[in-house]
Design a protein around this ligand. Structure first.
Ligand SMILES: Nc1ncnc2c1ncn2[C@@H]1O[C@H](COP(=O)(O)OP(=O)(O)OP(=O)(O)O)[C@@H](O)[C@H]1O
Ligand SMILES: O=C([O-])CC(=O)C(=O)O
Ligand SMILES: [Ca+2]
Ligand SMILES: [Mn+2]
Length: 657
């Protein structure tokens, strides 16, 4: 009569035979019934509430709960204030959580606007439709939650076979420097670099407010917005609190990866951000607005500590927008901000890798034999170096496991891959496919690189490596630089821009970009150069110029230098053996080039040997020298630092012919 067999598991109440203990008869392996009365209840069991991010203080749990609620309220109040419409002088009414999951998280909508909300309509004539609705805030969601959001709501979101989130950035697949505007306002205008050569195209305060209102109204009109509260700069002394308000899970996950992720405790005491981004990238700017030349506008207001993005969904705008902010704020505190990668050897020798987009900062700073401090944005202060970011943004075009294993392996769950093409069934990414863009990218948290140095800080640099991707094929694969030469090349910021990262550039083309990042600097280039010279001098750093571009001829006839050779060159710099090598001097640029490097064919070290047509080489060399000279003309009247002697030396450190 007893049924203790496998078919009898749950549901029916067990019949107890009087005076009979079932366990004496047979072992009972049935599991206890599910603690739910309905399917909904069952599903509600699936997700357990996160541990409160507010540490419980004292013994009274009740008070702890209240303070958690209070904290949520404060958070929403702060976000509402961030999103306040300037014309209506109110912030939106906000609710936490996903509007699609209302039943799951029974958090009561709370009015958190500046003014207290009265449900009675008759009270207020000023009420508009927008003040009647609630906007849901998805605050610092986890990658898993952001994946679900992206896949559910954002067309073009897919999971690749390695677990990364593939997304599309829309019509723009690179930054739009021509659409960047900087507000001319009293707190910063005297210090900023304006005019010819400067990336800072001015905008007035009023126009900024028009665009800000446009972005804020757009964001407030949505059912939900994503809010990230995060940090910049791993050096706690110079840390910045940033808030990013955006409309896409893609943007939120990108910034989650790229900025420094706060711990729950840090988030609890986050308070008011130092800088806020309003990313309404899906929504265009109004072309009738003064100063607008397209439907894209990226507007920086240093006085208000705000940035507005309209008309571009390319996520790199946020990352580089914040970098511009650092280029303003850090020098004020005597800290040098750098568009460079950075790694450190086992013996603590730090190297900086400067270079324009696509020259190899990420590729070469990600080195299996060294600890990665960061791949793109750093600060150099009296404390040493620190990474500004919490993640890396690697180019993926032609990515291979063999050549770049660490980057390859970082493309896994949590990583955002932008604009890549994949097999519709296997979801395997084809990294050689340029159908969407050449500028395909992966954004991953820095700890996805196994030998990342966390916290991402290090001592003062020993080597300063300037990377140039020379499409002319006349710069040597490596040269040792004097301090004056280092400054000359730093101010010149030469490369042959590799296609893609900036809108509209499809072929390599010679470019000069001061400080290897003119698009991001805010002050005159000589200010940064003077700081770099002083720091290199103080700490005895050696400068190097490494050509990661062409050899054996220009773009079209020559070939790009093998990554394996460049890596050997970099190894020799790190180890110190290159410092000891024998050198000869080149014509025109007067560069010191080594005669031998282990693992690199000696004949490629002097580019003259690699060209079959010697006349063509000479012509090309002179042509490039001419371009350098012409570019440097605008700097001839500037003094670099306090040191007249150094200024003169720098002016003489360019090509001579
Ligand atoms: N000899 C070489 N040295 C360095 N990189 C090379 C070399 N040959 C080819 N490459 C390729 O060039 C690209 C360098 O891109 P990388 O992501 O390192 O640029 P980046 O300097 O970090 O630019 P960005 O600031 O835009 O991120 C990679 O795709 C890399 O595989
Ligand atoms: O900003 C971007 O889009 C990519 C990048 O790192 C650069 O261009 O320097
Ligand atoms: Ca990079
Ligand atoms: Mn960069």
């Amino acid at each position: 009569m007893e049924n203790n067999g496998p078919g009898r598991r749950q549901g029916l109440a067990r019949i107890q035979m009087p005076g009979h203990h079932s366990r004496e008869v047979c072992h009972d392996d049935s599991t206890p019934p599910v603690r739910a009365h309905t399917i909904d209840e069952l599903h509600s069991l699936q997700k357990k509430r996160s541990a409160p991010t507010t540490p419980i203080r004292g013994a009274l749990g009740v008070f702890a709960y209240t303070s958690e609620e209070e904290r949520h309220q404060q958070q929403l109040q702060s976000i509402s204030a961030s999103l306040a419409s300037l014309t209506r002088e109110t912030g939106p009414k906000l609710v936490k959580g996903d509007p699609a999951m209302k039943s799951e998280s029974p958090r009561v909508p709370t009015n958190v606007g500046h003014q207290s909300y009265t449900p009675s309509l008759s009270l207020s004539l000023a009420v508009s439709d927008s003040s009647l609705k609630f906007t849901h805030v998805l605050y610092n969601l986890s990658p898993a939650e952001l994946y679900e959001q992206a896949i559910k709501y954002e067309k073009g979101s897919f999971i690749t076979c390695t677990g990364a989130l593939a997304t599309l950035s829309g019509a723009k697949t690179g930054r739009a420097p021509r659409d960047k505007r900087v507000v001319k306002e009293k707190t910063s205008e005297d210090e900023l670099w304006w005019g010819k050569g400067s990336p800072n195209i001015e905008m007035d305060e009023q126009t900024f407010l028009v665009n800000r209102e446009r972005a804020v109204d757009y964001l407030n009109s949505l059912d939900k917005v994503y809010v990230n509260d995060q940090f910049l700069n791993w050096d706690p002394e110079y840390r910045l609190k940033v808030r990013i308000v955006s409309a896409r899970a893609y943007h939120s996950l990108f910034m989650h990866n790229m900025c420094i992720r706060p711990t729950p405790e840090e988030l609890e005491s986050f308070g008011t951000p130092d800088f806020t981004i309003y990313n309404a990238g899906q929504f265009p700017c109004n072309r009738y607005t003064h100063y607008m030349t397209s439907s894209t506008s990226i507007d920086l207001n240093l006085g208000r500590r705000e940035m507005v993005i309209l008309g571009t969904q390319y996520a790199g705008e946020m990352k580089k927008g914040l970098f511009s902010v650092m280029h303003y704020l850090m020098p004020q505190r005597h800290v040098l901000s750098l568009h460079s990668g950075c790694n450190v050897g086992k013996d603590g020798d730090v190297a900086l890798f400067f270079g324009l987009s696509g020259t190899g900062k990420t590729t070469l700073s990600t080195d299996h034999n060294r600890y990665l401090i960061g791949d793109d944005e750093h600060c150099w202060s009296e404390n040493g170096v620190s990474n500004i970011e919490g993640g890396c943004y690697a180019k993926c075009i032609d990515l291979s496991e063999e050549k770049e294993p660490d980057i390859w392996n970082a493309i896994k769950f949590g990583t955002v891959v932008e604009n890549v093409v994949f097999d519709e069934h296997t979801r395997e990414v084809d990294y050689s496919d340029k159908s969407v863009t050449e500028n395909t990218r992966a954004a991953y948290p820095i700890e996805y690189i196994p030998n990342a140095k966390i916290p991402c800080v290090g001592p003062h640099p020993k080597n300063v490596i300037l990377l140039a991707c020379d499409a002319f094929g006349v710069l040597p694969p490596v040269s040792k630089l004097s301090l004056a030469q280092t400054m000359y090349h730093f101010i010149s910021g030469y490369t042959a821009l590799v296609a893609g990262t900036e809108e509209g550039v499809k072929e390599p083309q010679a470019t000069f970009s001061a400080c290897f990042g003119a698009a991001f600097i805010m002050l005159h280039p000589t200010k940064y150069a003077a700081m770099l010279a002083e720091k290199m001098q103080d700490h005895g750093a050696t400068g190097w110029l490494v050509n990661t571009g062409w050899s054996g001829g220009s773009y079209g006839s020559g070939k790009r230098i093998k990554l394996a050779y460049t890596r050997k060159i970099i190894d020799a710099i790190h180890s110190g053996t290159l410092l000891e090598a024998t050198y000869t001097k080149t014509e025109v640029f007067g560069l010191e080039i080594p005669t031998e490097i282990e693992g690199v064919p000696s004949e490629i070290l002097n580019p003259i040997n690699t060209w079959s047509d010697q006349d063509a080489y000479k012509d090309t060399l002179l042509k490039l020298g001419g371009l350098f000279k012409k570019n440097f003309e605008v700097f001839l009247n500037y003094k670099i630092g306090e040191d007249n002697k150094l200024t003169e030396e720098i002016l003489e450190a360019g090509p001579v012919f």
